[in-house]
Design a protein around this ligand. Sequence first.
Ligand code: TYC
Length: 102
Amino acid sequence: RPGDREEVELGVKTRPRTQRPPMYKVLLLNDDFTPMEFVVHVLERLFNMNHAQAIEIMLTVHRRGLAVVGVFSHEIAETKVAQVMELARRQQHPLQCTMEKE
Ligand code: TYC
């Protein structure tokens, strides 16, 4: 059809798409051994939650098995996971934290 090639080349009828970087959910996993107060401490220190929010999320993980504790860029999510795992390792708690593309 006359005009088609020009429409594509000039961007006519081509919807401009805004590039957004993929975001990553950081997930905290339940276990039977990590003390509740340690999990609350981690959520306050690394995820900027107040005490009430931290308790609420910790109890969600405890009851449901896991919860999203934040959504971040790939680099920030990796850092958060590493920080959680390092704090847990230092206290010899089996707490697990992972990330997943949104
Ligand atoms: N289930 C743990 C207990 O009863 C508490 C806990 C909560 C552990 C959240 C891990 O991500 C977790 N002591």
